[in-house]
Design a protein around this ligand. Structure first.
Ligand code: NDP
Length: 338
């Protein structure tokens, strides 16, 4: 059983050497009398939040830190090989928290969801039909209170969450602009995901001026994925009574000290509502979200781009690639074919 172990707590940017591939053995059956589920992992999801779980815990977080010397875990898609739990049978496909390893014995199978629709690539359950999809849906519809015709800005817009937020906003009849870090990604935003406009933030010295160009009358909704100097520039361009949904702050995750935000007074002057959110608070919406999203996919109303690397040995480099913007679309690791 090949597994990825966290060597030690990480400071600064993560490196491939912070994770090591080891081989161990695992039984072919669930221990007698246990309610555990034995799975074969098919896809692993690379998610930015995994980075903070690698840090030595200093502040309270809604997820638990990883333990150095232990196998990493995260969202994934797996096939059940053996089950001691009445809700799962061998042959079922499931998604949820699993180990970064070829086979996992999952002792808390209540964290797994049985996959209902298998007419789409199963990897979609790490993204559009899984945690990032629900985060995009809940963050946009529940936190941003969008209205038809409003102006929406999405940062890290070509990624797992951003590409979906932009498309949900277009389906609502909003004017949507996104930013990303390469020309290829900007082209995707405009030509594949249907954003009204997009720009490469790495080519803009003055982000506030770039936003002013895209939104001459201001931004109603900002879907925040990156933080730092982008947030400062956005604050200057928000409209009165604008809303900011703080989904994540990826530009800050590898810093030992977070950058200061200078334009916070805009919150007062423009009566802006800024709210952080986490996807687990919206799990009750998952069944209705799944029905909506699967329809959108089947009808081609929403398109979805993944970046799939093959082999568990590639997982560490795929994960750290998120922080250099190497992924084009949702980063997934194919561990074993279905
Ligand atoms: P992505 O698929 O968007 O991958 C990360 C992307 O972030 C990179 O490709 C890169 O794209 C961009 N990026 C990396 N470093 C920086 C930087 N320093 N400044 C600006 N952009 C950067 O990831 P996700 O869609 O999975 O996640 C997006 C955000 O949403 C993250 O902040 C994440 O933590 C958060 N999140 C929050 C959830 C919640 O429940 N609140 C759930 C899921 C995700 P580029 O080339 O454009 O720079």
């Amino acid at each position: 059983n090949k597994r990825i172990i966290l060597k030690d707590y990480v400071t600064g940017y993560p490196k491939e050497e912070d994770m090591v591939l080891v081989t161990s053995t695992i039984g072919s059956k669930v221990p007698h009398g246990s309610q555990a589920v034995l799975v074969k992992n098919l896809y692993l999801s690379c998610d930015p939040y995994m980075r903070w779980r690698m840090s030595k815990p200093v502040t309270e977080s809604y997820t638990t830190p990883y333990t150095p010397g232990s196998v990493l875990n995260g969202y994934g898609v797996a096939k059940v090989l053996d089950s001691g739990h009445p809700d799962f049978n061998s042959g079922d496909f499931v998604w949820g928290i699993t180990g970064w390893e070829e086979y996992s014995l999952i002792t808390m199978p209540q964290a797994l969801t049985k996959i209902k629709y298998t007419d789409v690539p199963l990897s979609y359950y790490t993204g559009i039909l899984g945690m990032p999809g629900l985060a995009a849906y809940a963050g946009f519809h529940e936190v941003c209170s969008p209205k038809k015709g409003e102006t929406v800005y999405v940062s890290a817009a070509s990624g797992a969450v951003g590409q979906l937020v932009g498309q949900f906003a277009k389906l609502m009849g909003c004017y949507v602009v996104g930013s990303a870090g390469t020309k290829e990604k900007v082209d995707l935003l405009k030509n594949k995901f249907g954003f009204d406009d997009a720009f490469n933030y790495k080519e803009e010295h003055d982000l506030a001026a770039a936003l002013k160009r895209s939104f001459p009358d201001g931004i109603d909704i900002y879907f925040e994925n990156v933080g730092g100097r982008m947030l400062d520039a956005v604050l200057l361009n928000m409209k009165v009574h604008g809303r900011i949904a703080v989904c994540g702050l990826i530009s800050q995750y590898n810093l030992t000290q977070q950058e200061g935000v200078h334009n916070l007074f805009c919150l007062v002057a423009k009566r802006i509502r800024m709210q952080g959110f986490i996807e687990p608070d919206y799990r009750h919406l998952y069944p209705q979200f799944l029905e909506m999203a699967i329809q959108y996919i089947r009808e081609g109303k929403v398109v979805y781009v993944e970046d799939v690397v093959e082999g568990i040995d590639k997982a560490p480099s795929a994960l750290i690639g998120l922080f250099a913007g190497r992924n084009v679309g949702k980063q997934v690791v194919l561990v074993a074919p279905e």
